[in-house]
Design a protein around this ligand. Structure first.
Ligand code: NAP
Length: 285
């Protein structure tokens, strides 16, 4: 039996539709959400991501600024720009596109972004608030994963969720958010023993490892929900997930494709975070 496909594209469009309505309401109050994106260097993938973010802002009627800086930009100059954006009234959200060139310490840059404008949700204060369950700007991809699951009508309460991957930007925050939704969470990583056996216990399997088509049907319990965060560029230029979609969809329950699954949700959640930041900035929440 072939599984239901969870379309991130469709869910993204729904959420963006709701955001557009809120943007109109804010405009009537004289508020325009503003996002500043900073790109250092010429990494081709980063250039595509930044262009997509710029387009999403344009489509939703946000104010946006893109600062494209040369790869040899000094850390002090980047920090000075972040500081300027922290103080700029028209800017509600700041995103510094990662990865940064090797001579710049990412941590120093992330820590310099004002907590209230940290729409990537990577600042240690936002991460800490996520851990203790306080209000925070949530990291976009993990928030997108939860939103996709919920909007597909899947309840997480009491379910066993297995997350494969423990990175700071995906695996760890996803597992915290799943726990917040009352799932029982197991995390796996590169040193996990008997990973297929553990994965097969999952009602909900979230995979974020960065290995093309690694997770095949032997990791999946029949009927389990499968969320593939992976985005791997193959030699033929095509995009592949971490999950071997063709074999897994024959045993799984609802499953996200790549492309068109988690990917579109990331920018949508960035737009959502910028809207939240704008409302907070103007005392509207
Ligand atoms: P990352 O920082 O490289 O972390 C990978 C994680 O996977 C690590 O925790 C690693 O374990 C684990 N891992 C690697 N190989 C494994 C294996 N064979 N078995 C079990 N665990 C394994 O990667 P990331 O930034 O989390 O990204 C993961 C994937 O998601 C990538 O394909 C990335 O492109 C994609 N991604 C997509 C979006 C989106 O918008 N859709 C956003 C972010 C990332 P150790 O900790 O033990 O090393």
């Amino acid at each position: 039996m072939t599984a239901t496909i969870i379309s991130g594209k469709q869910v993204s469009e729904e959420i963006r539709g709701n955001i557009a309505i809120e943007v109109k309401e804010l405009a009537a109050k004289g508020v325009v959400p503003g996002l500043a994106v900073v790109l250092v260097g010429e990494d081709p993938a980063s250039q595509v991501y930044v262009r997509n973010k710029e387009k999403a802002c344009h489509d939703l009627g946000y104010y946006s600024e893109v600062h494209r800086l040369p790869a040899e930009t000094k850390q002090a100059d980047l920090l000075a720009l972040v500081d300027k954006l922290n103080c700029q009234d028209s800017i509600d959200g700041i995103l510094v596109q990662l990865p940064l060139p090797g001579h710049i310490e990412e941590k120093a840059v992330i820590n310099a972004i004002a907590v209230d404008k940290d729409v990537d949700g990577f600042h240690p204060v936002n991460v800490g608030n996520l851990v203790i369950g306080d209000d925070s700007l949530l990291p976009c991809t993990p928030a997108g994963v939860i939103e996709l699951i919920k909007r597909a009508g899947i309840s997480l309460s009491g379910k066993h969720a297995v997350v494969i991957g423990r990175s700071n930007i995906v695996g760890k925050p996803v597992s915290l958010l799943l726990q917040r939704e009352n799932a029982t969470v197991t995390m796996c990583h590169s040193r996990t023993a008997n990973m297929a056996e553990i994965a097969r216990q999952a009602d909900v399997l979230v995979v974020a490892i960065g290995r093309a088509n690694f997770i095949d049907a032997s990791y999946v319990k029949p009927g389990a929900v499968v969320i593939d965060v992976g985005m791997n560029r193959l030699e033929n230029g095509k995009l592949a997930g971490d999950v071997d979609f063709e074999s897994v969809k024959e045993v799984s329950g609802p499953i996200t494709p790549v492309p068109g699954g988690v990917g579109p949700m990331t920018i949508t959640m960035l737009m959502q975070n910028t809207l939240i930041a704008a409302k907070r900035h103007h005392g509207l929440v």
